[in-house]
Design a protein around this ligand. Structure first.
Ligand SMILES: CC(C)(COP(=O)(O)OP(=O)(O)OC[C@H]1O[C@@H](n2cnc3c(N)ncnc32)[C@H](O)[C@@H]1OP(=O)(O)O)[C@@H](O)C(=O)NCCC(=O)NCCS
Length: 296
Protein backbone atom coordinates (compact mmCIF):
# COMPACT_ATOMS: atom_id res chain seq x y z
CA UNK A 1 0.00 0.00 0.00
CA UNK A 2 1.40 3.42 -0.97
CA UNK A 3 1.36 6.20 1.59
CA UNK A 4 2.35 9.88 1.46
CA UNK A 5 2.78 12.63 4.02
CA UNK A 6 0.22 15.41 3.53
CA UNK A 7 1.55 17.75 0.85
CA UNK A 8 -0.99 20.59 0.85
CA UNK A 9 -4.52 21.66 -0.02
CA UNK A 10 -5.17 18.91 -2.55
CA UNK A 11 -4.29 16.17 -0.05
CA UNK A 12 -6.50 17.88 2.56
CA UNK A 13 -9.33 17.69 0.04
CA UNK A 14 -8.64 13.97 -0.40
CA UNK A 15 -8.70 13.53 3.39
CA UNK A 16 -12.05 15.31 3.48
CA UNK A 17 -13.43 13.20 0.62
CA UNK A 18 -12.39 9.96 2.29
CA UNK A 19 -13.93 11.13 5.57
CA UNK A 20 -17.18 11.88 3.77
CA UNK A 21 -17.16 8.54 1.93
CA UNK A 22 -16.51 6.64 5.20
CA UNK A 23 -19.22 8.36 7.24
CA UNK A 24 -21.73 6.28 9.21
CA UNK A 25 -23.96 7.25 12.17
CA UNK A 26 -21.27 6.00 14.55
CA UNK A 27 -18.21 7.30 12.65
CA UNK A 28 -15.74 9.40 14.60
CA UNK A 29 -15.57 12.14 11.94
CA UNK A 30 -18.06 14.06 9.81
CA UNK A 31 -16.56 15.95 6.85
CA UNK A 32 -17.53 19.31 8.38
CA UNK A 33 -15.91 18.46 11.66
CA UNK A 34 -12.63 17.63 9.92
CA UNK A 35 -12.73 20.83 7.82
CA UNK A 36 -13.32 22.82 11.01
CA UNK A 37 -10.58 21.11 13.04
CA UNK A 38 -8.00 21.43 10.26
CA UNK A 39 -8.81 25.13 9.69
CA UNK A 40 -9.57 26.22 13.27
CA UNK A 41 -6.27 28.04 13.54
CA UNK A 42 -3.22 28.79 11.45
CA UNK A 43 -2.32 25.11 11.29
CA UNK A 44 1.10 24.46 12.83
CA UNK A 45 1.93 22.03 10.02
CA UNK A 46 5.22 20.92 11.57
CA UNK A 47 3.32 19.90 14.71
CA UNK A 48 0.71 17.94 12.74
CA UNK A 49 2.26 14.89 11.11
CA UNK A 50 -0.44 13.65 8.72
CA UNK A 51 -0.29 10.71 6.34
CA UNK A 52 -2.55 9.38 3.61
CA UNK A 53 -2.70 5.77 2.46
CA UNK A 54 -3.47 5.38 -1.23
CA UNK A 55 -4.83 2.61 -3.37
CA UNK A 56 -1.94 2.25 -5.85
CA UNK A 57 -3.29 2.33 -9.40
CA UNK A 58 -6.08 4.83 -8.91
CA UNK A 59 -4.26 6.87 -6.29
CA UNK A 60 -7.37 6.92 -4.15
CA UNK A 61 -7.03 7.57 -0.38
CA UNK A 62 -8.19 4.64 1.76
CA UNK A 63 -7.01 5.85 5.18
CA UNK A 64 -5.48 8.80 6.94
CA UNK A 65 -3.66 9.32 10.24
CA UNK A 66 -3.11 12.64 11.99
CA UNK A 67 -0.98 13.40 15.03
CA UNK A 68 -1.26 16.67 16.92
CA UNK A 69 1.96 16.82 18.88
CA UNK A 70 2.81 15.83 21.41
CA UNK A 71 0.44 12.89 21.76
CA UNK A 72 -3.02 13.19 20.07
CA UNK A 73 -3.77 10.68 17.34
CA UNK A 74 -6.76 10.56 14.98
CA UNK A 75 -7.45 8.20 12.11
CA UNK A 76 -10.02 7.33 9.48
CA UNK A 77 -9.85 3.97 7.73
CA UNK A 78 -12.14 3.30 4.78
CA UNK A 79 -12.98 -0.21 3.56
CA UNK A 80 -15.14 -0.91 6.61
CA UNK A 81 -12.17 -0.24 8.85
CA UNK A 82 -10.13 -3.21 7.57
CA UNK A 83 -8.11 -4.33 10.62
CA UNK A 84 -4.77 -4.81 8.87
CA UNK A 85 -5.00 -1.30 7.41
CA UNK A 86 -5.97 0.02 10.86
CA UNK A 87 -2.81 -1.61 12.24
CA UNK A 88 -0.70 -0.03 9.51
CA UNK A 89 -1.99 3.44 10.45
CA UNK A 90 -1.54 2.80 14.18
CA UNK A 91 2.02 1.56 13.61
CA UNK A 92 2.80 4.70 11.61
CA UNK A 93 1.60 6.86 14.53
CA UNK A 94 3.68 4.89 17.04
CA UNK A 95 6.69 5.26 14.76
CA UNK A 96 6.22 9.04 14.57
CA UNK A 97 6.11 9.65 18.33
CA UNK A 98 8.43 6.76 19.27
CA UNK A 99 7.62 3.38 20.77
CA UNK A 100 7.93 4.48 24.39
CA UNK A 101 6.17 7.88 24.06
CA UNK A 102 2.57 8.44 25.19
CA UNK A 103 -0.05 8.36 22.42
CA UNK A 104 -3.78 9.05 22.87
CA UNK A 105 -6.40 8.05 20.29
CA UNK A 106 -10.08 9.01 20.23
CA UNK A 107 -12.62 6.62 18.68
CA UNK A 108 -16.33 6.06 19.02
CA UNK A 109 -17.40 3.09 21.10
CA UNK A 110 -18.79 1.42 17.95
CA UNK A 111 -15.53 1.37 15.96
CA UNK A 112 -14.69 -2.27 16.66
CA UNK A 113 -11.92 -2.79 14.10
CA UNK A 114 -10.01 0.35 15.05
CA UNK A 115 -10.44 -0.44 18.73
CA UNK A 116 -9.11 -3.96 18.15
CA UNK A 117 -6.04 -2.63 16.32
CA UNK A 118 -5.36 -0.12 19.09
CA UNK A 119 -5.79 -2.83 21.76
CA UNK A 120 -3.25 -5.03 19.92
CA UNK A 121 -0.72 -2.24 20.25
CA UNK A 122 -1.37 -1.78 23.96
CA UNK A 123 -3.87 1.12 24.02
CA UNK A 124 -6.23 1.06 27.02
CA UNK A 125 -9.10 3.33 28.09
CA UNK A 126 -8.45 6.49 30.06
CA UNK A 127 -10.98 8.04 32.44
CA UNK A 128 -11.76 10.97 30.07
CA UNK A 129 -15.47 11.77 29.69
CA UNK A 130 -15.31 12.02 25.91
CA UNK A 131 -18.19 13.36 23.82
CA UNK A 132 -21.80 12.47 23.18
CA UNK A 133 -22.71 12.15 19.50
CA UNK A 134 -26.30 13.29 19.05
CA UNK A 135 -28.71 13.18 16.12
CA UNK A 136 -32.21 14.29 15.19
CA UNK A 137 -34.66 14.51 12.31
CA UNK A 138 -34.13 18.08 11.05
CA UNK A 139 -37.70 18.26 9.81
CA UNK A 140 -38.98 17.80 13.37
CA UNK A 141 -37.06 20.71 14.95
CA UNK A 142 -39.32 23.66 15.85
CA UNK A 143 -38.58 26.89 13.94
CA UNK A 144 -36.18 29.39 15.52
CA UNK A 145 -37.67 31.94 17.88
CA UNK A 146 -35.14 34.74 18.34
CA UNK A 147 -35.54 36.86 21.47
CA UNK A 148 -36.49 40.53 20.94
CA UNK A 149 -33.67 42.78 19.75
CA UNK A 150 -31.94 40.06 17.71
CA UNK A 151 -32.16 38.95 14.12
CA UNK A 152 -31.18 35.36 13.24
CA UNK A 153 -29.80 35.11 9.73
CA UNK A 154 -26.98 33.63 7.64
CA UNK A 155 -23.65 35.38 7.40
CA UNK A 156 -23.14 37.57 4.35
CA UNK A 157 -20.15 38.51 2.20
CA UNK A 158 -18.06 41.50 3.26
CA UNK A 159 -15.30 42.61 5.58
CA UNK A 160 -17.66 43.89 8.36
CA UNK A 161 -19.42 40.54 8.42
CA UNK A 162 -16.17 38.59 8.55
CA UNK A 163 -14.78 40.72 11.38
CA UNK A 164 -18.01 40.40 13.39
CA UNK A 165 -18.11 36.63 12.77
CA UNK A 166 -14.58 36.23 14.11
CA UNK A 167 -15.42 38.43 17.12
CA UNK A 168 -18.40 36.31 18.18
CA UNK A 169 -16.36 33.12 17.85
CA UNK A 170 -13.50 34.58 19.91
CA UNK A 171 -15.89 35.83 22.61
CA UNK A 172 -17.87 32.57 22.77
CA UNK A 173 -14.87 30.28 22.99
CA UNK A 174 -12.24 32.60 24.55
CA UNK A 175 -10.22 31.69 21.48
CA UNK A 176 -6.64 32.90 21.28
CA UNK A 177 -5.98 31.47 17.82
CA UNK A 178 -8.97 32.52 15.68
CA UNK A 179 -8.27 35.52 13.44
CA UNK A 180 -9.81 37.14 10.38
CA UNK A 181 -7.33 35.36 8.10
CA UNK A 182 -7.93 31.98 9.73
CA UNK A 183 -11.70 32.37 9.29
CA UNK A 184 -11.31 33.50 5.70
CA UNK A 185 -9.22 30.42 4.94
CA UNK A 186 -11.88 28.25 6.57
CA UNK A 187 -14.48 29.88 4.31
CA UNK A 188 -12.44 28.81 1.29
CA UNK A 189 -12.29 25.19 2.45
CA UNK A 190 -14.74 22.68 1.00
CA UNK A 191 -17.54 22.08 2.07
CA UNK A 192 -17.99 25.45 3.89
CA UNK A 193 -21.16 27.32 2.85
CA UNK A 194 -21.97 30.92 3.77
CA UNK A 195 -25.71 30.17 3.76
CA UNK A 196 -25.22 27.56 6.52
CA UNK A 197 -23.16 29.89 8.74
CA UNK A 198 -25.91 31.28 11.00
CA UNK A 199 -25.57 34.25 13.37
CA UNK A 200 -27.77 36.14 15.84
CA UNK A 201 -27.26 39.82 15.09
CA UNK A 202 -28.05 42.68 17.47
CA UNK A 203 -30.69 44.92 15.87
CA UNK A 204 -28.80 48.20 15.62
CA UNK A 205 -29.83 50.09 12.48
CA UNK A 206 -27.01 51.93 10.71
CA UNK A 207 -24.29 50.36 12.89
CA UNK A 208 -21.66 47.84 11.81
CA UNK A 209 -22.87 44.27 12.39
CA UNK A 210 -22.41 42.77 15.85
CA UNK A 211 -23.24 39.13 16.56
CA UNK A 212 -24.21 37.59 19.90
CA UNK A 213 -24.30 33.90 18.92
CA UNK A 214 -23.36 31.67 16.00
CA UNK A 215 -23.87 28.16 14.65
CA UNK A 216 -21.94 26.84 11.67
CA UNK A 217 -23.71 24.11 9.69
CA UNK A 218 -21.91 21.65 7.40
CA UNK A 219 -23.67 19.47 4.84
CA UNK A 220 -22.54 16.05 3.65
CA UNK A 221 -24.65 15.93 0.50
CA UNK A 222 -23.92 12.27 -0.22
CA UNK A 223 -25.27 10.99 3.11
CA UNK A 224 -27.69 13.90 3.54
CA UNK A 225 -26.26 14.56 7.00
CA UNK A 226 -25.84 18.06 8.38
CA UNK A 227 -23.56 18.78 11.30
CA UNK A 228 -23.51 21.76 13.67
CA UNK A 229 -19.90 22.71 14.48
CA UNK A 230 -19.22 24.95 16.32
CA UNK A 231 -22.05 26.55 18.34
CA UNK A 232 -21.38 29.43 20.70
CA UNK A 233 -22.88 32.45 22.44
CA UNK A 234 -20.92 35.48 23.65
CA UNK A 235 -20.96 35.29 27.50
CA UNK A 236 -22.60 38.75 27.60
CA UNK A 237 -25.70 37.30 25.89
CA UNK A 238 -26.14 33.82 27.39
CA UNK A 239 -29.38 32.22 28.67
CA UNK A 240 -31.63 34.27 26.38
CA UNK A 241 -32.37 31.48 23.95
CA UNK A 242 -29.85 32.65 21.34
CA UNK A 243 -27.93 29.37 20.95
CA UNK A 244 -31.24 27.55 20.61
CA UNK A 245 -32.35 30.07 17.96
CA UNK A 246 -29.18 29.87 15.82
CA UNK A 247 -29.12 26.07 16.06
CA UNK A 248 -32.79 25.79 15.05
CA UNK A 249 -32.20 28.08 12.06
CA UNK A 250 -29.08 26.19 11.05
CA UNK A 251 -30.97 22.87 11.23
CA UNK A 252 -33.82 24.36 9.16
CA UNK A 253 -31.35 25.50 6.51
CA UNK A 254 -29.60 22.11 6.46
CA UNK A 255 -32.98 20.43 6.00
CA UNK A 256 -33.90 22.79 3.18
CA UNK A 257 -30.53 22.04 1.55
CA UNK A 258 -31.27 18.29 1.59
CA UNK A 259 -30.29 16.92 5.02
CA UNK A 260 -32.44 14.10 6.38
CA UNK A 261 -30.39 13.87 9.54
CA UNK A 262 -28.80 16.53 11.76
CA UNK A 263 -25.92 15.72 14.10
CA UNK A 264 -23.90 17.50 16.75
CA UNK A 265 -21.19 16.48 19.22
CA UNK A 266 -20.94 17.74 22.79
CA UNK A 267 -19.01 17.17 25.97
CA UNK A 268 -20.05 14.17 28.08
CA UNK A 269 -18.57 15.79 31.20
CA UNK A 270 -21.41 15.81 33.78
CA UNK A 271 -19.94 19.01 35.23
CA UNK A 272 -20.44 20.80 31.90
CA UNK A 273 -24.01 19.86 31.05
CA UNK A 274 -25.11 23.07 29.26
CA UNK A 275 -24.46 21.89 25.67
CA UNK A 276 -26.18 18.53 26.19
CA UNK A 277 -29.20 20.32 27.72
CA UNK A 278 -29.24 22.76 24.80
CA UNK A 279 -29.25 20.07 22.10
CA UNK A 280 -31.75 17.88 23.94
CA UNK A 281 -34.06 20.89 24.21
CA UNK A 282 -34.02 21.02 20.39
CA UNK A 283 -34.82 17.30 19.99
CA UNK A 284 -31.35 15.76 19.55
CA UNK A 285 -30.81 12.32 21.13
CA UNK A 286 -27.56 10.46 21.89
CA UNK A 287 -26.43 7.89 19.27
CA UNK A 288 -22.95 7.00 20.47
CA UNK A 289 -20.04 8.48 22.38
CA UNK A 290 -16.30 8.71 22.12
CA UNK A 291 -13.67 6.86 24.12
CA UNK A 292 -10.11 7.94 24.75
CA UNK A 293 -7.50 5.17 24.45
CA UNK A 294 -3.90 5.56 25.49
CA UNK A 295 -0.59 3.70 25.37
CA UNK A 296 2.42 4.52 27.61
C1 LIG B 1 -23.57 26.19 25.51
C2 LIG B 1 -23.91 27.59 24.98
C3 LIG B 1 -23.77 27.58 23.46
C4 LIG B 1 -25.35 27.94 25.37
O1 LIG B 1 -25.66 29.21 24.81
P1 LIG B 1 -26.94 30.08 25.30
O2 LIG B 1 -27.24 31.08 24.25
O3 LIG B 1 -26.68 30.58 26.66
O4 LIG B 1 -28.07 28.95 25.34
P2 LIG B 1 -29.65 29.21 25.31
O5 LIG B 1 -29.98 30.43 26.09
O6 LIG B 1 -30.12 29.15 23.90
O7 LIG B 1 -30.15 27.93 26.11
C5 LIG B 1 -31.00 26.95 25.53
C6 LIG B 1 -31.11 25.79 26.51
O8 LIG B 1 -29.82 25.20 26.71
C7 LIG B 1 -29.69 24.80 28.09
N1 LIG B 1 -28.64 25.60 28.72
C8 LIG B 1 -27.97 26.64 28.19
N2 LIG B 1 -27.03 27.09 29.06
C9 LIG B 1 -27.12 26.31 30.14
C10 LIG B 1 -26.41 26.27 31.37
N3 LIG B 1 -25.41 27.14 31.65
N4 LIG B 1 -26.74 25.32 32.28
C11 LIG B 1 -27.73 24.45 32.01
N5 LIG B 1 -28.46 24.44 30.86
C12 LIG B 1 -28.15 25.35 29.94
C13 LIG B 1 -31.02 25.07 28.73
O9 LIG B 1 -31.81 23.91 28.52
C14 LIG B 1 -31.53 26.22 27.90
O10 LIG B 1 -32.93 26.37 27.94
P3 LIG B 1 -33.57 27.26 29.13
O11 LIG B 1 -32.79 28.53 29.21
O12 LIG B 1 -34.99 27.44 28.67
O13 LIG B 1 -33.41 26.44 30.38
C15 LIG B 1 -22.97 28.67 25.61
O14 LIG B 1 -22.93 28.49 27.01
C16 LIG B 1 -21.55 28.68 25.07
O15 LIG B 1 -21.27 29.33 24.06
N6 LIG B 1 -20.63 27.94 25.72
C17 LIG B 1 -19.23 27.88 25.26
C18 LIG B 1 -19.10 27.16 23.94
C19 LIG B 1 -19.73 25.77 23.97
O16 LIG B 1 -19.54 24.98 24.90
N7 LIG B 1 -20.51 25.45 22.91
C20 LIG B 1 -21.19 24.18 22.76
C21 LIG B 1 -20.25 23.19 22.24
S1 LIG B 1 -20.97 21.63 21.87
Amino acid sequence: MDAVDLRGGFDLLRMLRLTQASWSPTARWHVGDLAWERRLHGGPAAEWPTRLWLEGDVDRPVAWGWITRPDRFELVVGRSEDESLCLEVVDWAIGVVGDTAPLVATVTEDQAAIRAALARRGFTRTGAHGQHYLACDPGAVAPARAPGGFNVRPLQEGEDELVARVAVHVASWSSTTMTRDVYQRLQRTWPYRLDLDVVAELNRPDAAPQFAASCLGWLDVDHRVGELEPVGTDPAFRRRGLAAAVCAESVRRLHAAGASRAIVYCSADPDYAAPLALYRSLGFEPVTRTLELRRN
